[in-house]
Design a protein around this ligand. Structure first.
Ligand code: FE2
Length: 198
Protein backbone atom coordinates (compact mmCIF):
# COMPACT_ATOMS: atom_id res chain seq x y z
CA UNK A 1 0.00 0.00 0.00
CA UNK A 2 1.48 3.30 -1.08
CA UNK A 3 0.84 6.65 0.64
CA UNK A 4 1.38 10.23 -0.46
CA UNK A 5 4.77 11.28 0.95
CA UNK A 6 4.97 14.54 2.93
CA UNK A 7 6.21 17.65 1.15
CA UNK A 8 9.71 18.74 2.27
CA UNK A 9 8.44 22.35 2.63
CA UNK A 10 5.30 24.28 3.55
CA UNK A 11 3.35 24.99 0.30
CA UNK A 12 3.37 28.79 0.79
CA UNK A 13 7.19 28.77 1.12
CA UNK A 14 7.61 28.50 -2.67
CA UNK A 15 5.66 31.68 -3.38
CA UNK A 16 5.70 33.79 -5.46
CA UNK A 17 7.39 31.41 -7.93
CA UNK A 18 5.02 28.50 -7.27
CA UNK A 19 1.77 29.21 -5.47
CA UNK A 20 0.22 27.27 -2.61
CA UNK A 21 -2.81 26.89 -4.88
CA UNK A 22 -0.72 25.16 -7.55
CA UNK A 23 0.57 22.77 -4.88
CA UNK A 24 -2.94 22.21 -3.57
CA UNK A 25 -3.83 20.78 -6.98
CA UNK A 26 -0.49 19.43 -8.19
CA UNK A 27 0.44 17.64 -4.97
CA UNK A 28 -2.98 17.28 -3.35
CA UNK A 29 -4.92 16.14 -6.40
CA UNK A 30 -2.59 14.98 -9.21
CA UNK A 31 0.13 13.31 -7.14
CA UNK A 32 -2.50 11.86 -4.80
CA UNK A 33 -4.36 10.41 -7.81
CA UNK A 34 -1.24 8.60 -9.07
CA UNK A 35 -0.78 7.04 -5.62
CA UNK A 36 -4.46 6.09 -5.36
CA UNK A 37 -4.57 4.62 -8.87
CA UNK A 38 -1.41 2.61 -8.24
CA UNK A 39 -2.92 1.16 -5.08
CA UNK A 40 -6.06 0.12 -6.98
CA UNK A 41 -3.84 -1.69 -9.50
CA UNK A 42 -1.36 -3.47 -7.20
CA UNK A 43 -3.04 -4.09 -3.85
CA UNK A 44 -3.72 -7.81 -3.63
CA UNK A 45 -1.00 -8.63 -6.18
CA UNK A 46 2.63 -9.68 -5.56
CA UNK A 47 3.67 -6.08 -6.35
CA UNK A 48 1.88 -4.49 -3.39
CA UNK A 49 4.95 -4.61 -1.13
CA UNK A 50 7.51 -3.71 -3.80
CA UNK A 51 9.30 -0.36 -3.94
CA UNK A 52 8.17 2.13 -6.59
CA UNK A 53 11.51 1.77 -8.36
CA UNK A 54 11.19 -2.01 -8.46
CA UNK A 55 7.65 -1.81 -9.88
CA UNK A 56 8.82 0.69 -12.52
CA UNK A 57 11.68 -1.56 -13.63
CA UNK A 58 9.44 -4.67 -13.68
CA UNK A 59 6.64 -3.09 -15.76
CA UNK A 60 8.51 -0.79 -18.20
CA UNK A 61 7.66 -1.70 -21.79
CA UNK A 62 5.51 -4.68 -20.75
CA UNK A 63 2.25 -5.22 -22.65
CA UNK A 64 -0.75 -4.94 -20.34
CA UNK A 65 1.27 -3.26 -17.58
CA UNK A 66 1.10 0.29 -18.96
CA UNK A 67 -1.30 1.60 -16.30
CA UNK A 68 0.82 0.25 -13.43
CA UNK A 69 3.98 1.65 -15.03
CA UNK A 70 2.45 5.09 -15.66
CA UNK A 71 1.09 5.51 -12.14
CA UNK A 72 4.18 4.09 -10.41
CA UNK A 73 6.51 6.23 -12.54
CA UNK A 74 4.45 9.37 -11.89
CA UNK A 75 4.37 8.63 -8.15
CA UNK A 76 8.17 8.23 -8.25
CA UNK A 77 8.77 11.30 -10.45
CA UNK A 78 6.62 13.57 -8.27
CA UNK A 79 8.22 12.38 -5.04
CA UNK A 80 11.59 13.16 -6.64
CA UNK A 81 10.41 16.55 -7.97
CA UNK A 82 9.30 17.89 -4.57
CA UNK A 83 12.75 17.10 -3.20
CA UNK A 84 14.28 19.19 -6.02
CA UNK A 85 12.57 22.31 -4.65
CA UNK A 86 13.54 24.52 -1.70
CA UNK A 87 11.79 27.48 -0.04
CA UNK A 88 12.14 30.81 -1.88
CA UNK A 89 13.92 32.57 0.99
CA UNK A 90 16.45 29.81 1.67
CA UNK A 91 19.73 30.91 0.11
CA UNK A 92 21.54 28.05 -1.62
CA UNK A 93 24.73 28.70 -3.58
CA UNK A 94 25.53 25.91 -6.05
CA UNK A 95 27.79 23.46 -4.17
CA UNK A 96 31.35 23.54 -5.56
CA UNK A 97 31.47 19.78 -6.11
CA UNK A 98 28.28 19.89 -8.21
CA UNK A 99 29.47 22.91 -10.17
CA UNK A 100 32.78 21.19 -10.97
CA UNK A 101 30.99 18.07 -12.24
CA UNK A 102 28.76 20.24 -14.45
CA UNK A 103 31.73 22.19 -15.81
CA UNK A 104 33.52 18.90 -16.53
CA UNK A 105 30.55 17.58 -18.58
CA UNK A 106 29.13 20.76 -20.15
CA UNK A 107 32.05 23.22 -20.25
CA UNK A 108 30.25 25.70 -17.99
CA UNK A 109 27.35 25.96 -15.55
CA UNK A 110 25.62 28.40 -17.91
CA UNK A 111 25.81 25.92 -20.79
CA UNK A 112 24.01 23.30 -18.68
CA UNK A 113 21.29 25.81 -17.75
CA UNK A 114 20.88 26.75 -21.42
CA UNK A 115 20.56 23.08 -22.45
CA UNK A 116 18.14 22.42 -19.60
CA UNK A 117 15.85 25.30 -20.61
CA UNK A 118 16.09 24.26 -24.26
CA UNK A 119 15.02 20.72 -23.38
CA UNK A 120 12.10 22.06 -21.30
CA UNK A 121 10.82 24.21 -24.14
CA UNK A 122 11.27 21.56 -26.83
CA UNK A 123 9.47 18.77 -24.92
CA UNK A 124 6.30 18.40 -26.97
CA UNK A 125 3.31 17.95 -24.69
CA UNK A 126 3.60 16.52 -21.20
CA UNK A 127 6.84 15.29 -19.71
CA UNK A 128 9.89 15.93 -17.59
CA UNK A 129 13.32 17.51 -17.96
CA UNK A 130 16.22 16.01 -16.05
CA UNK A 131 19.83 16.37 -15.08
CA UNK A 132 21.11 12.78 -14.94
CA UNK A 133 24.30 10.84 -14.36
CA UNK A 134 25.00 8.18 -16.98
CA UNK A 135 28.23 6.20 -16.59
CA UNK A 136 30.56 8.96 -15.37
CA UNK A 137 28.97 11.74 -17.43
CA UNK A 138 26.33 14.28 -16.38
CA UNK A 139 23.79 15.19 -19.05
CA UNK A 140 20.44 16.86 -19.68
CA UNK A 141 17.63 14.65 -20.88
CA UNK A 142 13.85 14.75 -21.20
CA UNK A 143 11.15 12.11 -20.92
CA UNK A 144 7.58 12.11 -22.25
CA UNK A 145 4.47 11.68 -20.11
CA UNK A 146 5.26 9.40 -17.13
CA UNK A 147 8.55 8.05 -18.46
CA UNK A 148 11.47 8.24 -16.06
CA UNK A 149 15.28 8.09 -16.43
CA UNK A 150 15.66 5.11 -14.10
CA UNK A 151 14.46 2.73 -16.83
CA UNK A 152 17.03 4.12 -19.26
CA UNK A 153 20.09 3.29 -17.17
CA UNK A 154 20.32 6.88 -15.94
CA UNK A 155 20.56 8.12 -12.37
CA UNK A 156 18.50 11.32 -11.88
CA UNK A 157 20.19 14.21 -10.06
CA UNK A 158 17.53 16.89 -10.55
CA UNK A 159 14.29 17.19 -12.52
CA UNK A 160 11.43 19.53 -13.34
CA UNK A 161 7.86 18.53 -14.16
CA UNK A 162 6.76 20.24 -17.39
CA UNK A 163 3.22 18.85 -17.51
CA UNK A 164 0.82 21.80 -17.84
CA UNK A 165 -0.70 20.92 -14.46
CA UNK A 166 2.57 22.03 -12.85
CA UNK A 167 2.52 25.63 -14.12
CA UNK A 168 -0.79 26.56 -15.73
CA UNK A 169 -2.40 28.22 -12.69
CA UNK A 170 0.62 30.47 -12.08
CA UNK A 171 2.09 30.92 -15.56
CA UNK A 172 -0.67 29.89 -18.02
CA UNK A 173 1.24 28.88 -21.18
CA UNK A 174 4.61 30.40 -20.15
CA UNK A 175 6.54 27.18 -19.52
CA UNK A 176 9.87 28.96 -20.01
CA UNK A 177 9.20 31.46 -17.20
CA UNK A 178 8.15 28.63 -14.89
CA UNK A 179 11.35 26.66 -15.56
CA UNK A 180 13.57 29.76 -15.30
CA UNK A 181 12.03 30.71 -11.94
CA UNK A 182 12.60 27.22 -10.56
CA UNK A 183 16.22 27.22 -11.73
CA UNK A 184 16.86 30.70 -10.31
CA UNK A 185 14.82 30.65 -7.08
CA UNK A 186 13.62 27.19 -6.06
CA UNK A 187 16.23 24.64 -7.17
CA UNK A 188 17.61 22.47 -4.39
CA UNK A 189 21.16 21.97 -5.69
CA UNK A 190 22.17 20.24 -2.44
CA UNK A 191 19.72 17.45 -3.31
CA UNK A 192 21.29 17.22 -6.79
CA UNK A 193 24.76 16.91 -5.22
CA UNK A 194 23.52 14.21 -2.83
CA UNK A 195 22.25 12.24 -5.85
CA UNK A 196 25.52 12.79 -7.72
CA UNK A 197 27.39 11.17 -4.80
CA UNK A 198 24.94 8.23 -4.59
FE1 FE2 B 1 3.02 16.72 -12.16
Amino acid sequence: MFTLPSLPFVPSELEPHMSARTLEFHYGKHHQAYVDNLNKLVVGTPMENDSLEHIILKTAGRDGKEAIYNNAAQAYNHDFFWKCLKPTDREMPVPVELKNAIIHSFGSWEKMIEEFKGAALSQFGSGWVWLVKEDSDVKVTKTANADTPVVHGQHPLFGIDVWEHSYYLDYQNRRGDYVTNILEHLANWEFALMNLKD
